[in-house]
Design a protein around this ligand. Structure first.
Ligand SMILES: NC(=O)c1ccc[n+]([C@@H]2O[C@H](COP(=O)([O-])OP(=O)(O)OC[C@H]3O[C@@H](n4cnc5c(N)ncnc54)[C@H](O)[C@@H]3O)[C@@H](O)[C@H]2O)c1
Length: 437
């Protein structure tokens, strides 16, 4: 990985450009292994605007967790989150705009990565190599090759990694899984997964402009291709542009495909994937990703099917998102609001179960428990995050090249030249793709 000094040299800026601010009333701790439950776990948050902040605030429910530092490329967000944190905890965190300076700190045990998807791989790999445990948001990466690098990094440096697929810590999802495992549904031939959300429609075109003075846009782009700033493809909306995200399929898809793959005990790639999509729902949609999409993942004796739409209709089952396991004896339908069984015959009973609403809180707590116990078996380890993210990328790649595809996960190749071009991104210099040896 390129060093900060080299990086700054390339950019011709002085190393003094960081914005570290001393902790008020805080003390420095040296890095220690976790020996006992009374020890503090010192964390930093990288990417503070939305989900990263939610992860941090749930982290602070654990009184042994302290936030030492915040990092963001948007100084307004950084300052306002630092002030909020100070109000909540009495301590003002150190603040940074370059995550590599955070990783250099010896007093940080773990980092939360809440940046856009195109940043996850580099930041997670660098964090592991710096000896930090990592809570990384989903989808773990914006490409198949990055998923593999992240799995290799977690193994190489033996770090505890939790992927932000919090449904894995939800009580009603576990009940659902137990029910499926009981075999009561009979042979399952079809798993249907859907998400209909209007936010995949980007209808507010903004003119390209110079970035606001409080934003380090070059550091936001990072390894993604250079381009002029545009506020309609920046905070929040980046997920609908291929260089940074994969649309609804990587955004909601990983959460819901995770439940489909878990339910069916899938550990590897499908036999074949066939997908199609386009921006058909709104003609003025400026997104690159698809507001209307269908993906079929083929297995020996069943199909997993994904669909998404920008039309926010509550369909099917009165739900605008969900997963449906279609068995001979009945159909199980689930989303974050409940899971239900609709009998097809007299061999199963109608069931409806509600969640306790603690998925996220439990998921975050599970991470710190695993850190304390040096236990890599988190509720959503990196291998699982990689599996789901790869499924999402397979669907997007099939739709983008307009072909049905077979992916050989051993040889890291599709049966299609155009699809192979989309496996690994070209990192913009001076960033380098992390090859893990
Ligand atoms: N688990 C969930 O339910 C869930 C929900 C929403 C989002 N997410 C995931 O969380 C991640 C963030 O999504 P979001 O909605 O919070 O995005 P966002 O655009 O609202 O926030 C991203 C933040 O990262 C900052 N950032 C960008 N580049 C950075 C860099 N190099 N260093 C430091 N900070 C940087 C941005 O300035 C911004 O503050 C995504 O991967 C998304 O998929 C997960």
């Amino acid at each position: 990985m390129i060093s900060r000094r080299d990086f700054l040299k390339t950019l011709g800026v002085a190393a003094a450009s960081s914005v570290a601010v001393p902790v008020i009333g805080g003390t420095r701790h040296s890095f220690s292994r976790w020996a006992g439950a009374s020890d503090k776990i010192r964390v930093a948050l990288i990417g503070c605007r939305s989900m990263g902040w939610y992860n941090l605030t749930d982290s602070l429910r654990d009184k042994s967790v302290e936030c030492v530092a915040l990092c963001d490329i948007d100084r307004n967000i950084l300052e306002s989150r630092a002030a909020e944190l100070q109000k909540m905890t009495g301590f003002r965190p150190y603040i940074y705009n370059d995550y590599r300076e955070v990783l250099e700190r010896q007093d940080i045990d773990a980092v939360i990565i809440g940046t856009p998807d195109h940043w996850h791989c580099l930041q997670m790999v660098d964090a592991c190599s710096a000896g930090k445990h990592v809570y990384v948001e989903k989808p773990i990466a914006n490409s198949i090759a990055e998923c593999d690098a992240m799995v290799a990094a977690a193994r190489k440096w033996g770090r505890v990694v939790q992927v932000g697929q919090q449904q894995r810590s939800g009580n009603h999802w576990h009940e659902m899984k137990q029910y499926i495992d009981s075999g009561k549904l009979g042979k399952i031939s079809h798993v249907n997964v859907w998400a209909n959300f209007g936010y995949c429609n980007i209808t507010n075109p903004a003119q390209d402009s110079t970035p606001p003075a409080h934003v380090d846009f070059d550091m936001w782009l990072g390894p993604a291709p250079a381009r002029t700033f545009n506020e309609a493809r920046f905070h929040g909306s980046w997920r609908m542009f291929w260089d940074y995200g994969g649309g609804l399929l990587t955004d909601w898809g990983v959460h819901l495909l995770d439940m489909a793959l878990w339910g069916m005990n899938v550990k590897g790639m499908p036999k074949r994937v066939v997908a199609t999509g386009g921006n058909f729902a709104f003609s003025e949609n400026r997104a690159e990703t698809f507001d209307t999409m269908q993906v079929a993942y083929e297995f020996d004796d069943y199909l997993i099917h994904w669909s998404n739409s920008a039309i926010e209709s509550n369909r099917p089952y009165g739900r605008n998102y969900g997963v449906e396991f279609v068995g001979q004896n009945g159909t199980l339908v689930a989303n974050r609001e409940s899971w239900e069984v609709y009998p097809a015959n007299n061999s199963v009973e109608a069931i409806k179960r509600l969640p306790d609403g603690k998925d996220h809180e439990n998921h975050v707590a599970n991470f710190y428990r695993c850190v304390r116990q040096q236990d890599a078996a988190t509720a959503c380890p990196i291998d699982n995050g990689a599996l789901c993210a790869k499924y999402a990328h397979l669907g997007n790649i099939s739709a983008r090249v307009g072909e049905s595809l077979v992916f050989d996960d051993e040889r890291k190749k599709f049966n299609n030249k155009a699809a192979n071009e989309l496996i690994k991104p070209d990192y913009r210099k001076p960033w380098r793709f992390p090859e893990i040896k």
